[in-house]
Design a protein around this ligand. Sequence first.
Ligand SMILES: [Zn+2]
Length: 428
Amino acid sequence: MPNAHRLWQDNNGYKSFEMPGAKPHYNPDRPGQVEHIALDLQLDLQNQICAGVCTIRLNPVRDGIQTLTLDAVSQRIERVQANGIEQRFDYDGEQLQLQLQPSTVAGQPIPDQALPPLEQPQRGLYFIGPDAHYPNKPVQVWTQGEDEDSRFWFPCFDYPGQLSSSEIRVRVPAQYQVVSNGELIETLVDGDHKIYHWRQTQVHPTYLMALAVGEFDVIQDQWQDIPVTYYVQKGRQAQGQITMGKTPRMIEFLSDRYGYRYAFPKYAQVCAADFIFGGMENTSITILTDRCLLDERAALDNRNSESLVVHELAHQWFGDLLVINHWSHAWVKEGMATYSEVLWTEQEYGADEAAYYRLEEARSYFLRTKAVIAARWSPTSTGRRSSFTTATSTKRAPACTTWFAPNLGMHYSGGRFKPLCRTMPTAP
Ligand SMILES: [Zn+2]
């Protein structure tokens, strides 16, 4: 594609972000709009097995579609149905090819069902528990979808331009709690097990679907009519309060500063053992590493946890409410979340502290990440793990967002992110 090649080379005389030989990558063609995803899961925590049914309601974009291709990595898919009819399918361990009988009729949604039992998924969903070396480690299960790991624990159209409502129903031994996106609509006792049923009515991409399971101490807080909840390992309640206790004030601050009220029915933060990142901004349920928990002494001179809490919270607006269309846009959401750390520092500790914070971020971006900046956030990013480099995306914030924020503009349109629009959102 010589024209496309020329397009990426055209940077008004500036050096390109792309590595030599990089090619553009695009989201796959959309067979339709996913309207709803429902997961019905049973978790066997002792044997570390997740089994269940994934139901996807898809509204086809046109008549006559005969094949659907879903992302599903290393799953054991036993059966697929559409409209209650068993379907033929091919599965190569990466993608599920579904031969639709009958083919689609535009505007008539089809519910698909696939049954993927997973024994210790390779990624996406993680079982944590004690072992010979760490006998006191808690038993927990948690997920991490960004950027393309949700496909490891349920079949889906796994790219950020595809948004839907979702629900997750999970059966666990009765002593464990389950937290997920949206609202808890039902808890059922089933013998010595419990079933938690969470539902989110606002649309969001698959990488933000999440669950966390464990035996938690729960701290219940509040912002206006929004429940704000902190989940920590048993016995760490005081540390949870110290570390996350400013959250309601942060919600107030960001709602005011962004001019858009916090959009979801609750905000939960779960501190998870062995979490693979600092934090993940799943819609209305942020998962944080338990290493962010501070006691009174540590809190005296450590603001990293406070910055982490406000960063993930800021993503509820930039990333979750305003959703990127492609992974090459990820620096925008990461930039705004990191810029929000600067805004909060200014609000809480004054202009000088904020200026110093911004300076440190800029130094970090320009000096430490120089080698990996190239090739990451560009139209050539594939999104597949290789592109998600926190250092490059978050550290671009002080360098870029400070300049862009007043002018960049974004607006909310049915949950979709539209870059380079005219104005910042106004309160509804
Ligand atoms: Zn972030």
